[in-house]
Structures are given as C-alpha cells and as structure tokens.
Write a protein that binds this ligand. Sequence first.
Ligand code: PEP
Ligand code: MN
Length: 253
Amino acid sequence: MNYKRPMEISSKIVIIGPCTLEGREQMLPLWDFAKKWKFSYMRTPLFKPRTHPDSFQGLGEAGLPLVVETIERGLSPVIEVMSLKQLLIVAPFVHIIQIGARNMQNFELLKEIGPLYLTHCPHRPFVMLKRGFSNTTEEWMNSALYLEQAGIPQDKILLCERGIRSAASPKNVVLDLNSALDMKLNSPYKVLIDPSHGSKRSDLVLPLLKGALAMGFDGVMVETHPSPEKSVSDAEQAISPEMFEEFFAKDHI
Ligand code: PEP
Ligand code: MN
C-alpha cells in the first residue's frame, strides 16, 4: 500500500509497540513497520502491572533478548519499571524508562530512581511519567519535581497523558487533552499523549493521535500489535500496522 509519512510526525517522539512483549513472532512485523516509517521508539514491556493477579504478568527477564534485538535493529526500547529491582535489570538497555499511572505517586520509587539513573543507565534515557488515573495536574507536576530533585535532568523528563477516569465517557476513560495542554504550556517538561489507554478503543486511537499531533504535543505513544485480536493484554485498543497505514494513506492528517 502507498503510505504517506505525515510531516507532523517527523519532529515528534513517536512510540509504537505492543502492550506487552509476547515473543519474536509478534515483534518481527512491528520492527519492520517502525523501520519503514522511521519511528525511533519501540515499547518492549517486560513487566506488566495487571489488575488481576492471574493475568499474564509479562515475560520478565526472559524477554531481554527481544529488547537487545530491538536495539540491534536500530530502535530504542521503552520499558515500564515498577521497582528498583526491575530498573536494574533493564538499565543497560532502556532508552525511555516508563513510570506507569499506578506509580505516579510512588514517591519512594520516584526518589530512588535518580541515583540509579546516574550510575546504571548508559543511554541517559528519558523518564516518562504517566499521569495517574485521577490525579490533578498539580500532583502530576509535583511528581515530576520528585524526579528532578532525585537527579533526573529536566530535559529528560517526559509527561504522558493517558486518560483519566470518567463515568460519562465510553469505557469510563477520557483523554484529558485540556490538562495535557495546560502542562505543555505551563510546565518545563515535554508532554506526550497516549490515545490507546486514553480511549481503550481502537476506532478512537488514530483520530485522537491525529488531534494530539495537530495540537502541538511533543509526541505520542500508540499500542500496536500485528494481530490486535490476539493481543494478550489491551486487545480492544491495539492498532495493527495495516490499520495505521490505511488511516494515513487516506490522508487523514
Ligand atoms: C502501559 O503503557 O503499558 C500502561 C500500563 O499504561 P498506564 O500506566 O497508563 O495504565
Ligand atoms: Mn496496555
């Protein structure tokens, strides 16, 4: 299919990749897709925060060879950590350390990342702080300050709006572009938008991504899977490379 790489994307931090790493077969088409579109960052989540203890918790350390192959293919891995133990495992490889919504106010974690960042992370990664499900922008800003005071350089901190709870919206989540824009205008940090967790609906993800780019945010993160329906987690919001290309080929942007 003919595709057009939108101009708006060229200067942005674009993160694609699966909700969770499942295996090499899953990653092959995603690596190719990222290369074709010149996207730099690939989600390679090894540790998953799951609501139910019996749900798949991630490949853990066993997934590291796929992280290494991601780097060998010229892409930069994005990995969530929920503990210092996990950070130590991924530190030699990670290019964006993700602090998930559930840990936005895990102050001990925020305080302790800094020293390890300075001593153990050779790639000088970004630290991406996702907004908690119901947190105010002031609380979000304060959490970013914890990171900064722990030694993370200001220009290495990314904020990521991922939707907040709303009883009135489809799937009970609303992508709060209002607050994200406030942070973009009034904080010193780069702001990214995650329309995947921010809508939980694959039919809404790409139009929201388009809107986020048009609004001038610094980047986007979109969950991608070669066969969305087979995704082990968050299948309902996953986008396939084909869906992505079809959307952009129709000159939607
Ligand atoms: C994720 O991005 O993989 C994730 C779990 O998101 P959040 O922390 O926003 O729920
Ligand atoms: Mn997910």
